[in-house]
Design a protein around this ligand. Structure first.
Ligand code: SAM
Ligand code: SF4
Length: 348
């Protein structure tokens, strides 16, 4: 008999599992709390469940728990990068960032990525598989336990394209915000996408309060397609239409991420074109100085160029911030810690 992957079950599914195992319905809530509030990593910890029930659980279920392989801590700002092993030997990375307003965790949604964006380390080795809801949740659970810090914000901005793992992502969001679990407000959850248009329309219908962030990175179709192959499938116009629909349906302000690549998309004309493109949309632009990766020859825009870009957008009344670079002294861009671990393993 196939084992039940119990940490990906929501409370309703857990009630069914508990019934099949011959236990009273109230046990499901106790079990859910052990898994998602007390963050248990073994059935033996669940001391208010009978020994016989725990034995049954061990026989019939697998309990997903990520194993920390490496933790890097920034001396500059306390940012921590975690490398976790999954049960099949794959590895994923996650980041804990400490801000005045609370602690934020950036999680991965897939092992690798199919999308091939030119400046991104996460896609260099291709895509291996989707992460399960439990594997997304457990990145947060383990970080909360290992760091002793309460996590208040979650961003799905690590390796992978979350809307390419749609069903698992939705289950993850609902379980993360469930009052019987960590109960993180959906308003404190951000999902970042490269612009999978049909899924953006689907997401608008899910009755969620999350923030949707769109990786735009260019002010026109041609430039975007140079940086992001997905633009050949869904045009920039289609992405913006989907954004307008998302705002109409959810009332949630959108975030546009714009990685500034020296000499590629950082001119004053680019800024003007961007302002015109998104005019009238309730949105916020996050400028990200691109983090150079050794496999590509992209360079970061100069500080002055970044500031001028920001000023130009502000002239057009666009809400804009420059993303503070967190953990600058530890393994660079997103996906690089995982990549250097895999490279080292292959070398040896
Ligand atoms: C790694 S992606 C994951 C979420 C989703 N796949 C997406 O593209 O929005 C999160 C953000 O990091 C940005 N990013 C990736 N590599 C980067 C780099 N080397 N420097 C700066 N930003 C980068 C992406 O463009 C995207 O806006
Ligand atoms: S930026 Fe996002 S979509 Fe593009 S390759 Fe990286 S993880 Fe994938």
């Amino acid at each position: 008999m196939e084992q039940i992957e119990i940490k990906s079950q929501n409370l309703k599914e857990l009630k069914e599992t508990v019934a099949v195992l011959g236990e009273k319905p109230f046990r499901a809530k106790q079990l859910y709390e052990w898994l998602h509030q007390k963050l248990a990593v073994s059935f033996d910890e669940m001391t208010n469940l009978s020994k016989a029930f725990r034995e049954k659980l061990k026989e019939t279920c697998v309990l997903t728990a990520l194993e920390p392989l490496e933790v890097q801590t920034s001396k500059l700002d306390g940012t921590q990068k975690y490398l976790f092993a999954l049960s099949d030997g794959n590895v994923v990375e996650s980041v804990l960032m400490k801000y005045k307003h609370g602690n934020s965790v950036c999680i991965s949604s897939q092992v690798g990525c199919k999308m091939g964006c030119r400046f991104c380390a996460s896609t260099i080795g291709g895509w291996t598989r989707n992460l399960l809801p439990s594997e997304m949740l457990d990145q947060i659970y383990r970080i909360q336990q290992l760091s002793g810090e309460r996590v208040s914000n979650v961003v799905v901005m690590g390796t992978g394209e979350p809307l390419d793992n749609y069903d698992n992502l939705l289950k993850f969001i609902r379980m993360l915000s469930d009052e019987n679990g960590l109960h993180i407000s959906q308003r404190n959850i951000t999902v970042s996408t490269c612009g999978i248009v049909p899924r953006m329309y689907d997401l608008a219908e899910e009755n969620l309060q999350i923030t949707l962030a769109i990786s735009l990175h260019a002010s026109n179709q041609e430039k975007r397609a140079e940086l992001m192959p997905i633009a050949n499938k869904y045009s920039i116009t289609e992405v913006l239409d989907a954004c307008r629909n998302y705002f109409e349906k959810t009332g949630r302000r959108l975030t546009f991420e714009y990685s500034l690549v020296g000499g590629k998309n950082d001119s004053q004309e680019d800024a003007k074109e961007l302002a015109e493109l998104i005019r009238g949309l309730n949105c916020h632009v996050n400028l990200i100085p691109v983090n150079p990766i050794k496999e590509r020859d992209f360079v970061q825009s100069e500080k002055k160029v970044i500031e001028n870009f920001q000023n130009k957008l502000e002239k057009y009344q666009i809400n804009v911030t420059i993303r503070r670079e967190m953990g600058r002294d530890i393994d660079g861009a997103c996906g690089q810690l995982r990549k250097s671990y895999i490279d080292k393993k292959e070398d040896s």
